[in-house]
Structure formats: structure tokens, C-alpha cells
Design a protein. Structure first.
Length: 414
């Protein structure tokens, strides 16, 4: 998993913690406002303006097509304005062995792009009065040392200020059941040690923060984290193509994209069909996402591009959180450069005078990013099943198409 950094390029990289297509215009992803048209003229002004670069045949569309033609992109991109699809493109193969192509309804592994689900779950329970953000870990969980149980709060976990350090992960272990995965990550969370002072800004989210927050969700809700998110987030948002799939499902379901992992010689293999192979890249050295039977509590999941747009809109329309609590989720917490900020879930920044937030993720053979532009009603999704895709550059091109401003490499926004 790739974690946060302190620049716009870094925010994008942190979000990554880490083909012929057809545009579909005017297809509603969420219920439109009364009187709202499927397609607004490109010359419209104000928040309802459709920038020409976002349209089929526009600069962003041409850029992605060029990547795909050069063999540098396999996956789905989608741009949506106020719940209406403006651009949808699908390229490459979801399963090369079986000849299954990627399509708009293909589900992709999210890696760290799925982390905000655990923050939404926590805030749902806070909204219901079942927990407080000021609660300490020890008020809900047992088995933690006193300096964690009594000093680290839920607020610290969600904002990346716990001061915790996670133990080394056994990335070569092959898991065989949900229970085995749950027991392993529960044990790792309890092995986390203080490496700083709770409450002070940090540069990275420790894995333990995510797992501990998910365990708190389980303790308060009385069900597994996976079941809670599927029931209280995916189902409520209408995310019918999203789930926490297991490895057997990944192998057999034609609607799930297989991860094509790049090896040291430049060749690619289907990671989930080659559990003995590992990534040679330093940021994911030795990893293979197929080895985990199901994603760790608090992390990842699978989703389609339209489902992520539905989730983006659900964050602002009261579907998953009442408006005040939705604002708590995405409000700026700590600065990450001149115009970048941490939040409880998706990192945020100011680009082209617009408030923007989103989350990315990356693993061997996996890349994902979703962005929300609440000031103008835009949402953008990039999903890929290759690890040699220039995802950071693609995020920047998406932002430029929507805001008219390319995010600078130093993260200063605009």
C-alpha cells in the first residue's frame, strides 16, 4: 500500500498507496435534479459549464487513448458531472487467459483507494451516537498496551496522528480463509508500537491505524468490517458491482479484472494465478495481492467506476452521512504543502480555485483513483489492472481537464 506524502504529486502518489472504448454520454449514475438535462453545452458558464477537455474527443480522452494505443493503459476512466456520465472509456483485457475485455461494469481492486470506507463507517456510528471521535482505543478494544489503549483516540486514527508504527508485514504469506486474514491483521494491530506522540501531525498513515479503526467498527456494530461496509455503504449507495471479493471469486468471476504484475524482466503475469511470483519494485518489493484471501479489514475492496461515482455523490447528498458528518469527513485536518490537506479519509487540495478530494491506491497489478470536485459537481475515476501505468500523470491530466489548471509538482494548488 502506498501512503500519503506532502505535495500534490505526493498526494497523488499517496493516493496510489501504491483497449478500444466507447463514450457514454447522458447515462445517469444518480438521480438528477428536477429539470437537469443530460448534457449541458460546453459553453455554459459557472459550475454547470462542461469544459471542452472533458468531452469525448477532448484533450483528456485523446490522452488516455494514446496511452492505451502505446500499451501503457488497461482499465477504465470515467468523468461525471452532477451524476451524468460525460466520458467513459474502457481499454484492454480484464482476463487475458479467457479473452475477457475490460468494460465500464468491470470491478477492479482498489488497494488504498478503498481506505475511506472505514472512515465513513466510523462517522456513521458516531452520527448514531454509538461512539465518539474522542474515545480512546481502550474504550472499545482490549489487548492493547496502555500507552495505546489510553492515549490514542479514534480522531488520532482517522487523521493519521496516532504516532503508531506497524510491525513488518509478511508479504509472502498465502492466506486461505477470511478467518485467517482477520486473525493475522488483528494480531498485527495489537503489535503496533508508539513511535511518536499522539496528536502530532505525521507524514504517513500507519497500517495499524486503519486496522484498529476497522476493529472498532466491528466491536460497535457487532459484525465483520467487510459485512458492515457492504451493507451500510455499498448497498445504501447502490454500488451493486462492489464487494470484498475473495481470491476464489477473483479467479472465477468474469466481472473482476485480474491484476497484471510486472516482473523484473519487464514481462507481466496474472498475479492472482501466479502466487509464487512477486513484485520486484522497491515500493511493493515481494508483494503479490493475490496472496491475501480477502482484503485486510479497513483496506481495499473491489468497485466499478460507476459505483465509485455513486459513492462520491453519496458523500454529499445524505445517503451515507448527514451533511454535517460528511463535512467532518472531508474537512481539512493537517497541511500537506501550500494547498494540500489531510482529512479523515480522502486527501484534499485546492486546484484551480476548486476544493478537490479523493483517494488512490496501488499494488502489483493494481491502480485506482477517484476524485470529487464538490464546488462544480464533477467526479473522476481511473481504474487499471496493470502496475506500469502512469497513474500520477493521469490524475494530473484529469484535474487539468476539469479545473483548467494542471496541479503543480510542488503541491501548491492554484
Amino acid at each position: 500500500m502506498i501512503l500519503k506524502s506532502d505535495s500534490v504529486r505526493g498526494v497523488a502518489r499517496r493516493r496510489m498507496l501504491q483497449w478500444g472504448g466507447a463514450a457514454i454520454a447522458g447515462v445517469p449514475l444518480v438521480r438528477a435534479r428536477a429539470g437537469h438535462t443530460d448534457r449541458l453545452p460546453a459553453g455554459s458558464s459557472g459550475p454547470d459549464r462542461i469544459p471542452p477537455d472533458t468531452l469525448p474527443g477532448g484533450a483528456y480522452d485523446r490522452y488516455v487513448a494514446q496511452l492505451a494505443a502505446a500499451g501503457k493503459f488497461s482499465g477504465v476512466v470515467l468523468l461525471s458531472h452532477r451524476g451524468r456520465t460525460v466520458l467513459s472509456r474502457s481499454y484492454g483485457m480484464a482476463d487475458r487467459e479467457k479473452g475477457v475485455r475490460n468494460r465500464e461494469g468491470t470491478a477492479f481492486s482498489l488497494s488504498s483507494a478503498g481506505k475511506p470506507f472505514h472512515a465513513v463507517a466510523i462517522l456513521q456510528l458516531a452520527q448514531q451516537g454509538k461512539l465518539r471521535l474522542a474515545d480512546t482505543v481502550g474504550e472499545h478494544l482490549t489487548g492493547f498496551p496502555r500507552d495505546v489503549a489510553e492515549r490514542v483516540t479514534i480522531h488520532h486514527l482517522l487523521s493519521g496522528m496516532s504516532g503508531l508504527k506497524s510491525p513488518a508485514e509478511d508479504v509472502r504469506r498465502v492466506f486461505h480463509s477470511r478467518d485467517e486474514v482477520h486473525a493475522y491483521y488483528r494480531r498485527r494491530a495489537r503489535q503496533a508500537s508508539p513511535a511518536g506522540v499522539p496528536g502530532l501531525p505525521d507524514t504517513d498513515h500507519a497500517e495499524a491505524e486503519v486496522t484498529i479503526a476497522a476493529l472498532i467498527v466491528e466491536a460497535v456494530a457487532g459484525m465483520t468490517y467487510w459485512d458492515y461496509v457492504e451493507e451500510q455503504i455499498f448497498q445504501r449507495c447502490g454500488m451493486t458491482g462492489s464487494a470484498f471479493h475473495t481470491r476464489p471469486q477473483w479467479l472465477t468471476d468474469a466481472n473482476i479484472a485480474h491484476p497484471y504484475m510486472t516482473l523484473a524482466d519487464g514481462s507481466q503475469v496474472d498475479a492472482v494465478r501466479n502466487l509464487d511470483k512477486s513484485s520486484p519494485r522497491m515500493e511493493t518489493l515481494g508483494k503479490n495481492p493475490g496472496r491475501t484471501y480477502i482484503d485486510a479489514p479497513g483496506d481495499s475492496g473491489f468497485a466499478t467506476a460507476p459505483d465509485l461515482v455513486r459513492f462520491a455523490h453519496a458523500l454529499t447528498d445524505g445517503t451515507v452521512l448527514d451533511r454535517p458528518w460528511a463535512d467532518v469527513l472531508t474537512a481539512a485536518k493537517n497541511p500537506l504543502g501550500p494547498a494540500g490537506f489531510s482529512t479523515y479519509g480522502p486527501p484534499a487540495m485546492i486546484v484551480g480555485g476548486q476544493w478537490t478530494y479523493g483517494r488512490g491506491g496501488g499494488n502489483p497489478g493494481v491502480g485506482a483513483n477517484w476524485n470529487v470536485y464538490p464546488d462544480t459537481g464533477w467526479a473522476g475515476v481511473i481504474l487499471t489492472n496493470r502496475d506500469d501505468v502512469p497513474l500520477v500523470e493521469m490524475i494530473g491530466r484529469e484535474m487539468q481537464a476539469i479545473t483548467g489548471v494542471a496541479p503543480p509538482p510542488d503541491g501548491s494548488g492554484g
